[in-house]
Design a protein around this ligand. Structure first.
Ligand SMILES: CC(C)(COP(=O)(O)OP(=O)(O)OC[C@H]1O[C@@H](n2cnc3c(N)ncnc32)[C@H](O)[C@@H]1OP(=O)(O)O)[C@@H](O)C(=O)NCCC(=O)NCCS
Length: 469
């Protein structure tokens, strides 16, 4: 125990978590806790004080004017939420608790012989703001493996779905049904005090993440074949088990890809559709299964998570129309035909980002390392040189650069997962990490019911009838 404590303290010193970027009060914690829940119990009172102090000092300060256009324009840029796990900068991209993707690739523990970060470590980072030790990450892997089984009736729900039902609809149904055994819902019915909400929310959040591989694996095998679902191996990490359940554990590259994939898809601050939906639904004290089921329904939209499936479909259509190894001119013409057909180029543009998404770059680097000569990867690279120019010339998109979805399908396809309709399920497994960690903090900090104000167009006209500016 003493050795573990000293290892944890060293890791904290290395990670520089006293830096103010990590979001918590700036005093360096003396880590004693071995488990994530114990560590949370230590952090919560400090963070309650931190939030109280922030509100006392800044609570009455203005974030600037709200434009009527923002009400009509999908609330772009409207400061409206607190989200601690990550912050997105338009130019630089995402930082998880203050760390860029290359920084977390460097700092988080890896599997033996692996090079990519273990998502277990990312979850610890999202929840605590601290880089965990290898031992803490191993304990999380074991804990999730122990919680991984899903109830028989949830298996039945999945098995009764027609294989033609989109995997995301099956996924959301199964996650929603997990609410049957919610620790939070039960505790609430038993009259739990507000101060204790975070405990059963933590248990639900851990159960949620732990059970997703069994749900995803079952859907995959039901829809695409692949035989009986194997058992979870408690000695393996989360991504390895997910690969096993999907039937891809014979490919070490695929397991490494999943580790990177889950890590970079986990969180993208709070305003995106899936994250915000989870927070919103959770604010009604719906348990994490209900809240994350709602997130998944948002992720299933083509302007959000479904874009990764759309990219592959678009690429395949392009190949069937202009052939493989097409010239730049032919590709350019195809991109124009997409725009002229009133469709979006999937995988390009972003509501916040104004540069190439660093999640795209991380996947490109993975491809350069593992599949540099893959024809589909070469096509993605070719498109990267063409689409931004076309979007700029078309003059509508505020961001002509690629987002995360432009690259992920190509990597999955390389390892034999060419079932495009399934791709968003993997995005969903990953997004649970970010939504679940924020739900824990929302309940710990007593986040209130969300209830922004809406206006009718008539009301807007009346309000501004006699005002010139
Ligand atoms: C992500 C997305 C929904 C952001 O939307 P947004 O914040 O409204 O983006 P913008 O402000 O740049 O949109 C301005 C216009 O450019 C268009 N535009 C944006 N990205 C585009 C793209 N990739 N292809 C074609 N047109 C695009 C928008 O549809 C909009 O057109 P409109 O004025 O006719 O409605 C948008 O870029 C998009 O549809 N991308 C393709 C889908 C995708 O990859 N989604 C995953 C995002 S991670």
């Amino acid at each position: 125990m003493a050795a573990l404590r000293s290892a944890v303290q060293k890791s904290v010193a290395r990670s520089g978590i006293a830096s103010s970027r990590r979001g918590f009060a700036s005093t360096a914690p003396a880590l004693k806790a071995a488990t994530l829940k114990e560590r949370l119990a230590e952090l919560i009172p400090k963070e309650l004080e931190n939030v109280k102090a922030a509100r006392a000092e800044h609570g009455k300060k203005s974030f600037g004017p709200v434009l009527v256009d923002q009400l009509y324009g999908g609330m772009r840029g409207l400061p409206a939420l607190i989200w601690d796990g990550s912050v997105l900068d338009a130019e630089e991209g995402i930082r998880f608790r203050g760390k860029t993707i290359p920084e977390i690739q460097e700092a988080l523990p890896k599997a033996p012989g692996g090079q990519e970060p273990l998502p277990e470590g990312l979850f610890w980072l999202l929840v605590t703001g601290e880089i965990p030790t290898a031992e803490q990450v191993t304990e999380l892997s074991k804990d999730w493996a122990a919680r991984a089984a899903i109830p028989d009736f949830v298996e039945d729900i999945i098995d009764r779905c027609p294989p033609t039902l989109h995997p995301m609809s099956q996924f959301s149904m199964a996650v929603t049904a997990l609410n049957h055994n919610s620790a939070f819902a039960k505790a609430y019915q038993n009259g739990i005090s507000k101060k204790e909400y975070w405990g059963p929310t933590f248990e639900d959040a851990m159960d949620l993440i732990a059970k997703l591989p069994n749900i995803a694996g079952r859907i995959f095998r039901n829809v695409y074949g692949g035989g009986k679902l194997p058992a979870i191996d408690p000695t393996k990490d989360y991504s390895h088990n997910l690969a096993t359940l999907l039937g891809f554990d014979d490919k070490p590259g695929f397991i490494e890809l999943l580790r990177l994939y889950i890590t970079i898809h986990s969180d993208h601050e709070g305003g995106n559709v899936s994250a915000h939906t989870g927070k919103l639904v959770g604010s009604a004290l719906s348990d994490p299964f209900l809240a994350f089921g709602a997130s998944l329904n948002g992720l299933a939209g083509p302007l959000h998570g479904l874009a990764n499936q759309e990219v592959l479909i678009w690429l395949r259509k392009m190949q069937s129309k202009i052939g493989e190894n097409a010239t730049d001119e032919a590709v350019k013409e195809y991109v124009w035909s997409t725009l002229k057909g009133g469709q979006v180029v999937p995988g390009y543009g972003h509501a916040v980002l104004r540069k190439t998404d660093p999640r795209y770059t991380a996947q490109r680097e993975f491809a350069l390392k593992h599949l540099p000569d893959d024809p589909l990867f070469k096509l993605v690279a070719q498109i990267y040189n063409i689409v931004p120019g076309v979007l700029l010339e078309a003059g509508k998109a505020k961001n002509p650069w690629p987002n995360v979805d432009a690259h992920s399908g190509v990597l999955l396809t390389y390892y034999g997962m060419d079932q495009m309709n399934f791709y968003t399920v993997l995005f969903g497994v990953s997004r649970a990490f970010g939504v679940a960690s924020q739900l824990i903090w929302d309940r710990a900090l007593g986040a209130p019911l969300e209830r922004p104000k809406s206006y009718s167009t008539e009301a807007i006209k009346k309000i501004f009838a006699n005002k010139s500016a």
